[in-house]
Ligand binder design. Structure first.
Ligand code: NIG
Ligand code: FE
Length: 412
């Protein structure tokens, strides 16, 4: 099956090489104006400018007139908690009425609330709940996604979550990566016996995960009152022993040492980063670890936004992701993430688009498959509605500017 797409107003993020973008490199977003693109068997075959289009249109099985749409590579959402049993809007209302996150947690709310509900759900129920969520974000341009466990918190429930992700991988038209987040919080019965829960993770969960190939990465919520840097390092090293690279929840609420732990572990990414200081920013910029910023989580929890400008100026590699979850970011809309990164974090549209595409692909080790318009990569593409310029995408933050989304050469 060979397809030709003509009359593309702008073909965005066209690259011949695969390189993680750091610092000033993020502002460079290569594109072709008035372009064509060909696809073979769902992968990008070639591209060029309409003025040089010489191929005969009838040598293609399908010709698609983009009619002036701008085409981007699909969003690569490298941090989500897509599997959960129930939404938590009643906690949201409690917070509006003045309760703090700590008050809610003390009432058994928060992550523990999600865990209780998930433990009571069957694998089939969780799978059926997850599918439409995945489809919703795909319609909004997400073309690859990472999904975490972490609402199980028992051996059975963590493995159940990972098996649901595995089933999703089997049916999903877009690539999915699984992260094991057994260390999301201490279950109540282990509050005063951290060692026993860490043993459960290392001795009971990880061996099954290794045997059944249930995870690609390991994650820990490194935060005051959750997992300490030394606990984080211990758990991630046990994950590394079965081949799982680390992606860490770091520096969300406090200068928790999570970023430093991630760097020491040579983590693929450290995510959140609401709470950073000059030394932490400099250390991250000097490392190979990606800083993944989750602006919709900062927004929803009314926290200060991540210091994107300082990170970019220091030379760090930045990715953007949704953190889709019922507690701190009940939206997986990557268009909102890109807008918010520009509006609230002063990222340039070019920087935000690079961070949500090619660098997001790197943050899932999917850079050879997705994240840019590159020959051989999957044709997972966003076709926009008519827009006057690329900056209109983050600017018109309330409009759905996606005309249609394509996955492996097929419109969904
Ligand atoms: O990434 N920070 C830790 N975990 C999630 C939120 C967990 C929850 O409240 O359900 C996050 O924001
Ligand atoms: Fe998260």
């Amino acid at each position: 099956m060979k397809q030709l797409i003509t009359n593309i107003r702008q073909l965005v993020n066209v690259r011949s090489d695969n390189k993680l973008l750091k610092g000033t490199e993020l502002a460079h977003l290569p594109m072709i104006e008035d372009a064509w693109l060909t696809i073979e068997h769902g992968r990008i075959l070639d591209y060029g400018s309409m003025a040089e289009l010489v191929q005969l249109q009838d040598s293609y099985d399908q010709t698609i007139d983009a009619a002036g749409a701008t085409i981007l590579p699909s969003w690569c959402d490298s941090h989500t908690h897509l599997i959960f049993a129930a939404s938590r809007e009643s906690e949201f209302v409690d917070k509006l009425k003045g309760m703090s996150y700590a008050d809610i947690a003390a009432k058994g709310g928060g992550i523990l609330n999600s865990a209780r509900k998930l433990q009571a759900c069957s694998e089939e129920e969780l799978f059926q709940l997850a599918l439409p969520r995945l489809q919703e974000w795909m319609q909004l341009g997400t073309g690859a996604i990472e999904i975490k466990s972490g609402y199980g918190l028992t051996v059975d429930a963590e493995l159940k979550m990972l098996r649901v992700i595995k089933r999703l991988k089997d049916v999903s038209p877009i690539p999915i990566k699984a992260s094991f987040l057994g260390a999301h919080t201490y279950p109540i019965e282990y509050k005063d016996n951290h060692e026993a829960y860490i043993q459960l993770i290392i001795a009971e969960m990880l061996p099954v995960i290794a045997k059944e190939g249930l995870a690609d990465f390991i994650d820990v919520f490194c935060e005051d009152g959750f997992f300490s840097p030394s606990e984080t390092i211990r758990i991630c090293k046990a994950g590394a022993a079965i081949g799982l690279k680390a992606k860490i929840h770091a520096n969300q609420l406090n200068l928790s040492g999570g970023v430093e732990a991630g760097i020491e572990l040579n983590a693929l990414s450290v995510d959140h980063l609401e709470t950073m200081d000059a030394a932490t920013i400099a250390a991250l910029a000097a490392s190979n670890t990606i800083g993944t910023l989750l602006p919709t989580a900062a927004y929803f929890l009314r926290m200060g936004f991540q210091p994107a400008r300082a990170l970019i100026d220091a030379g760090a590699a930045i990715a953007l992701a949704s953190d889709f979850n019922p507690g701190s970011s009940p939206s997986g809309n990557m268009n909102t993430v890109v807008s918010m990164a520009c509006i609230q974090m002063k990222m340039l549209p070019e920087e935000a688009i690079n961070a949500a595409t090619i660098n997001g692909a790197f943050a899932m080790e999917l850079e050879s498959e997705l994240g840019s318009i590159t020959k051989g990569k999957r044709a997972n593409l966003i076709f926009t509605k008519p827009i006057p310029s690329l900056a209109f995408l983050p600017y018109a933050f309330g409009s759905n500017l996606i005309e249609r989304a394509m996955v492996s050469g097929t419109f969904i």
